[in-house]
Design a protein. Structure first.
Length: 301
């Protein structure tokens, strides 16, 4: 299994390390099989970050060769020990959450995909045509490398503050999340995945502090209420099967969202339209689904 090893290289030694036209790195790769990347550090120009990727044996061999090239008695400034996380963790009160949240614009239709269904009239959408959206997959991969390989990333400080942004595991991957409720007596928390939507209860010990370089991209999911959809007249709440009906209608489809109002908490009510201008809420009122939904002419959550 491939591993990642990072160490700091003084900038004035990088030319010697890389070699003319990358010859030295190429030779290191040929001798050890390790992949080598040199990239700038975010907070200092005095060092560059060297990233080695390969098996433990390959990485150990590469470090030995590097030390032979840079003897410790001559290059005392070069420390091959693992680099410390270069980016300080942001405290929740320093994070401008409002500026990070993508919102649906009022007065125009937006291309969206439904990323999570909480209930039949409560969902999250992403905007795949937004300029920042193509960067989401790359950020996810970087988070996986960081949090799967680096055991030194600290857990959330106690007591856990509601509203803090963190890294949360899901299906063997790591995603950005926000703590929306904390339960100190059980050390549990409710979190919201800010890029894909959805709520889940997890043990607080599974969460990790977020690096600030993972908080520069806007949160990609927008929480919404589907306008005009309420439970059937004879039901106080939606049937368990109703969420699956909505997912069947919207899964994998590019839709258009139109904001028609806002709840007191600021969450928008939206109409969703298919590519043929059919309103999703009206589709839910057809005979196939009307056992689970009622289409109301007045806005309701």
């Amino acid at each position: 299994m491939a591993q990642i090893y990072e160490f700091d290289m003084p900038s004035h030694l990088c030319g010697m390390f890389i070699g003319r036209g990358g010859a030295a790195i190429k030779q290191l790769r040929q001798k050890t099989g390790v992949e080598v990347l040199v990239r700038p550090k975010m907070l200092t120009e005095e060092f560059q970050l060297v990233v080695l990727e390969g098996s433990q044996r390959q990485i150990t061999r590469a470090l030995d060769i590097i030390r032979q090239k840079f003897p410790k008695n001559k290059f005392t400034e070069l420390d091959l020990s693992p680099a410390q996380p270069e980016v300080p963790v942001l405290q929740p009160q320093l994070m401008q959450l409002c500026s990070l949240q993508l919102n649906l614009p009022d007065g125009v239709s937006s291309d969206v995909v439904v990323s999570s269904v909480v209930s039949p009239n409560h969902l999250f959408v992403q905007q795949p045509t937004h300029p920042s959206f193509p960067n989401l997959e790359c950020m996810n991969q970087c988070m996986n490398v960081c949090y799967n390989q680096d055991d030194s990333v600290p857990p959330l400080p106690r007591p856990i503050e509601v509203g803090i942004i963190c890294a949360a595991p899901m299906y063997n991957s790591w995603y950005r999340a926000q703590v929306v409720q904390a339960y100190p007596e059980t050390d549990g928390v409710d979190i919201k995945y800010v890029d894909y939507g959805g709520y889940v209860h997890v043990e607080a010990s599974t969460l990790r502090q977020i690096r600030s370089d993972f908080t520069t991209m806007p949160f990609q999911s927008t929480e919404c209420y589907l306008a005009n959809v309420v439970p059937p007249a004879d039901c106080a709440e939606f049937a368990p099967e109703s969420a699956a009906c909505l997912e069947e209608l919207v899964q994998g489809r590019l839709l258009q969202a139109e904001v028609v109002g806002h709840e007191e908490d600021g969450i928008p009510y939206i109409n969703l339209y298919c590519s043929d201008d059919t309103r999703v809420s009206r589709c839910l009122s057809c005979p196939r689904f009307n056992a689970f939904f009622y289409y109301s002419s007045s806005r309701s959550c």
